[in-house]
Design a protein around this ligand. Sequence first.
Ligand code: KIV
Length: 263
Amino acid sequence: MVITIQQLSQWKQQGRKITALTAYDFPIAQLLDRAGVDLILVGDTVGMVTLGYETTLPVTLDEMLHHAKAVRRGVKEALLVVDLPFLTYQESPQQAMHSAGRVLKETGARGVKLEGGSEAIAETVNKLTIAGIPVLAHVGLTPQSVHQFGGYRKQGKTTDAADRILAEAVALEEAGAFAIVLEHIPADLGKTISEKLTIPTIGIGAGPHCDGQILVINDMLGLSAWQPPFVKTYANISETITEAVKDYCFEVREEKFPDGGNG
Ligand code: KIV
């Protein structure tokens, strides 16, 4: 079944949780899609987990387009959304329109994600939505503002901060976002926002009451050198790869591979 933004909204009403994961290349996208993930995000975390940058800030639109095209080729059913990277949308709604337009036209993705809940961002979300571009919003810990936060810290811990994040979420829903990512906030704030909004909330470190959950694929597969405290690792792919590579090196050095009969 091809997943649409309307389907996500229906699932929220029915209380059916939404599953989301990031992907950055063709083979992983194909595996996630075939496994039945509802939403696949080409996150700008690509910069940290596959390109080796220290933050997401250096990621360019061209890098996002390159990865998104590869992911697109592997996706048949999941809703494919692509992050707009740092400084490709914050300057003006026109800049955002240009960047989002390139993503939709050049990759075949069906939506974009952008971070923040300021009035200016809400205005941009509104302009994109009016132009027919589905927008996934993102509040709480927004990694493109890591330097402003002084690190990847949990957000919304004081009443004032929680109220501000709730107000941002409401404004982004009013602006037309089809769903919203809530990152690294207290679980009770995740619950309050999820109950208040009619659009689906997709949590990452925002507790169990969100309408869906998202994780960075490398983190949940045990492929990241560092990972946030809220991640659950469902596999240890680093260990599997290391063991396989060691076995290969051993067998080549010991002249066990290739064997005579296998070329
Ligand atoms: O870039 C990303 O991967 C994200 C997810 C963590 C939600 O924004």
